[in-house]
Design a protein around this ligand. Sequence first.
Ligand code: NAP
Ligand code: F7E
Length: 343
Amino acid sequence: MKTALIAGVTGQDGSYLAELLLEKGYSVYGIIRRKSKADYGNAEHIKDKINFIYADMTDLVSLVNAMKVSQADEVYNLAAQSFVGTSWEQPIATANIDGFGVANMLEAIRTVKASARFYQASTSEMFGLVQEIPQTENTSFYPRSPYGVAKLYGHWITKNYRESYNLYACSGILFNHESERRGKEFVTRKITDAVARIKQGILNILELGNMDSKRDWGHAKDYVYAMWLMLQQEKPDDYVIATNETRSVREFVETAFNYVDIKIAWEGSGVDEIGRDAIAGRTIVKVNPKFFRPAEVEALLGNPAKAEKELGWKRKITFPELVRRMVGNDMALVANELNCRKL
Ligand code: NAP
Ligand code: F7E
């Protein structure tokens, strides 16, 4: 039986990865942060199957302990301050967790069990102001947020430890991936949650920032499978994981409303753009500049050809299916919330 240690097990990706590894018969250890109220986040439903260890990416001693206790064969670092917007409000914490935290984990592996295989959650945000379309493993980086900058350190320190100490260390350069478990501050889940609330009459307007922004959106379940594949190869390497399709925030909005039979009619432009319910006529989407970012990543498009060829990875969940699942999930959650309010 193999043993895995997941940092970030309570997050979106960590919970899907834990499910995958449990299905494969792994003994799964998960890093959890101490909070005033115990909270297993997205891993609540599998909490009895995971061996939790209290640790923090900024605390080397706690990561050394996590390695000693778990004796993990595979270590997945999915822990991060992962919201780009917050990285301008907490640049130092973001650097400590998403940047130096990676060095802490690599040191813990190197000193406790150097034979362990390591996965680092790198990101398309490192491409930022894109230097090439589509982006591949060879595209130059140009991060546009404190998050992207911190992640770039994590990416390079992973490569450096591979080259310096011959560790089996890989980075997955993952493009945006979403799911029913996505945090509600991210644009996709914010939209699907608002669509469900507007449809069920408990919200009037969805306020968004830059609707021209384009992303390459996949489903997290497909992407955690790629993480596992990267650690099963003969040699460690870095891979882009993406769908090779890009869509604007506006297209996401249209697709999501479409699933609840609301067609959007757009009017105006820039900060004055609004989206009306084409039948009822009332405004249900508008722009609020408070959601604009100090520096934006305008458009991302990833080419996953290397992962498809070398790992045999292929995404299964299409964009319409991703949106359908997220809207369906939020429709059910909001209906349940309304039922509870009535009781
Ligand atoms: P997420 O849902 O925000 O989960 C982040 C996880 O990190 C949570 O379990 C969180 O624990 C943990 N964490 C935060 N700070 C920590 C610290 N100081 N010490 C230990 N754990 C800490 O993120 P996700 O979407 O699953 O993403 C997983 C990873 O992939 C992240 O590194 C993210 O930056 C990266 N990534 C994500 C995407 C994407 O589109 N989703 C794309 C590329 C890369 P708490 O529950 O205690 O907060
Ligand atoms: O923004 C625009 C926003 O916050 C997507 C993280 O998982 O993926 C994620 O980062 C786009 C941006 O994700 C709103 O300006 C418009 O252009 O959903 P997001 P992100 O910044 O792409 C990468 C790959 C990661 O690694 C990160 O960890 O949507 N946008 N209006 C908005 N975004 C938000 N959040 N809210 C809005 O109202």
